[in-house]
Design a protein around this ligand. Structure first.
Ligand SMILES: *[C@@H]1O[C@H](CO)[C@@H](O)[C@H](O)[C@H]1NC(C)=O
Ligand SMILES: *[C@@H]1O[C@H](CO)[C@@H](O)[C@H](O)[C@H]1NC(C)=O
Length: 207
């Protein structure tokens, strides 16, 4: 009995130990997101949307206006991820938080697609992506083992639920992220990144 108590206390402390590079641990005592009470000071659009494809691991893509993410299973071998880079203006922040939305479908224009689990995971990257040079095989390392954010997009459109804490904005620098299908069953996303109506992945900046 005593042994079990000691063991579970030990286990709890091991589980609570911060992972190296875990961004969440820097922000523990600050308000977290999902229901961020503040209005964003600024909404930033990505400057880079660079796909990387498991089936063409050495092919480097140029930045695109559309985002596509696809994951089927561990053995499918044709995963598509998206590297997303934001140029952060000087003197903004200090809080940055990924946001995602897809407006209700219009009869005209780009028909976005979300199917499967509707869930994406987002990681921070340790170094910058290079447009036209970074490929599946050369993508930068992630800053943490666990995703920084999980995006859950309703399939009929609207604002996604984004879970995860804000991170310090790198004012005057680039902030790069890797977006992949959550390992929660097959998932496919395809959208045209647009500012009006707001479509796709954005970065909310809070003061
Ligand atoms: C989602 O859509 C993609 C592209 O049309 C398709 O390849 C995939 O099989 C679909 N998956 C599901 C779970 O519907
Ligand atoms: C996304 O941004 C809008 C404001 O632009 C805000 O109302 C909404 O709560 C944000 N959602 C998340 C998950 O950040």
């Amino acid at each position: 009995m005593k042994f079990a108590i000691i063991l579970s206390a030990l286990l709890a402390s091991v589980l609570a130990a911060p992972v190296e590079g875990d961004v969440e641990s820097q922000t523990d005592h600050h308000p977290t997101h999902p229901t961020h009470p503040q209005k964003p000071e600024m909404v930033l659009f990505p400057n880079y949307l660079v796909p990387i494809k498991e089936a063409h691991p050495d092919h480097a893509h140029e930045t695109q206006k559309t985002g596509m993410v696809h994951w089927e299973s561990h053995t499918h071998g044709e995963e598509i991820r998206l590297l997303v880079g934001f140029d952060i203006p000087e003197d903004v922040g200090p809080k940055c938080m990924i946001n995602f939305s897809l407006p209700p479908q219009q009869k005209y224009g780009y028909q976005w697609t979300v199917n499967g689990s509707g869930k994406l995971d987002v990681w921070g990257l340790k170094s910058m992506i290079i447009n036209g040079e970074t490929s599946w095989n050369t993508k930068p390392m992630r800053t943490s083992w666990k995703p920084m954010y999980t995006i859950h997009q309703p399939k009929n459109g609207g604002m996604a639920k984004v879970t995860g804490k804000w991170v310090p904005c790198k004012a005057g620098e680039r902030m790069d992220f890797e977006v992949a299908g959550a390992r929660a069953g097959p998932v496919f996303f395809d959208w045209y990144e647009l500012d009006n109506p707001k479509t796709g992945i954005t970065m909310n900046v809070y003061s």
